[in-house]
Design a protein around this ligand. Structure first.
Ligand code: ATR
Length: 269
């Protein structure tokens, strides 16, 4: 049995153990996947202990994605750009390799829904770690423009500057938003606080799509706002399952079928 886990703090709510158990049941891989609450002040120690006990790889969630980035011996290009790691892989040489699969997870889920990214005008709300992690895969689809809007405008401007050689990207405050857009992606945690970013009214193109990187049993505040303005809405459950599938592929070399896993997970919300 090969051992994997998800590290977080807290981590009890994580759906990753159920997702990876379902993947393994599909592919016939003999793995054990648990949730481990790492101490806030010693993430590296938690990973070393897990490896000493036979761990082969891990997912990393809040608040350890930057600490995971720091401890890696080698990084994928996309993880280096993101400044964060959500997938740790123990190499055959006992070195730790870090990757981030959040961005491909988002892009795969968008494509699965038939969302056309190439040539699209995209608005991304938020400029925190979650958004940084998805910009490179989004830009590699060659949207005609990507605007990052954030409550703290300077953070959005700095983020856009970090990615400017990858495509047409700019950043600013919510007041700088100028629609319409084919796709608006919410990467803020504002709806957790029951808040909506202050956005102008006519923001969606005909056939416009709203994607929330969050999900819940009910549509999020952002998705309800978007639906009232005529947009089609997608929540982040599919992104969660797709990023997990990409991590599983990095560890096991096999791609699970995400559809049935996503549907089963939806029923548990
Ligand atoms: P994460 O890793 O989830 O991205 P983060 O780095 O703390 O977490 O970023 C949270 C994001 O949500 C930021 O873009 C934050 O805006 P600021 O940079 O201005 O803080 C945004 N955010 C959080 N609460 C918000 C609110 N009530 N209204 C608007 N934006 C909010």
């Amino acid at each position: 049995t090969d051992r994997y886990c998800v590290f977080g703090h807290p981590v009890g709510h994580s759906k990753s153990p159920a997702i990876h158990a379902a993947f393994a049941a599909q592919t016939g891989d003999n793995i054990e996947y648990t949730a481990i609450e790492a101490p806030l002040d010693d993430f590296a120690g938690a990973w070393r202990r897990f490896v000493a006990e036979g761990g082969r790889g891990a997912n990393v969630t809040v608040p350890f994605k930057e600490a995971a980035f720091e401890l890696c011996d080698t990084l994928s290009e996309r993880a280096r750009r993101a400044g964060a790691v959500n997938t740790l892989i123990l190499g055959g040489n006992a070195l730790t390799y870090g990757d981030t699969t959040d961005g491909v997870g988002l892009v795969r889920d968008l494509k699965r829904h038939g969302v056309e990214l190439t040539g699209a005008r995209i608005l991304v709300l938020g400029a925190g770690g979650a958004v940084r992690g998805v910009l490179e895969p989004l830009l590699s689809e060659e949207p005609v423009s990507l605007f990052v809007a954030n409550r703290t405008a300077a953070k959005a401007e700095a983020l856009a500057a970090d990615f400017c050689e990858l495509g047409t990207i700019a950043g600013g405050g919510f007041e700088a938003v100028e629609g319409p857009y084919e796709l608006i992606i919410n990467g803020t945690s504002a709806s957790l606080a029951g808040d909506l970013p202050p956005l102008p009214e006519a923001l969606f193109n005909d056939g416009g799509i709203a994607y929330d990187m969050m999900y819940a049993s009910e549509p999020t505040l952002f998705l309800r706002w978007a639906a009232e303005r005529g947009a089609a809405t997608i929540d982040g459950l599919g992104m969660l399952v797709e990023q997990a599938a990409e991590s599983f592929f990095q560890w096991r070399g096999r791609r699970p079928d995400t559809g049935p896993v996503r549907e089963a997970l939806r029923r548990t919300l």
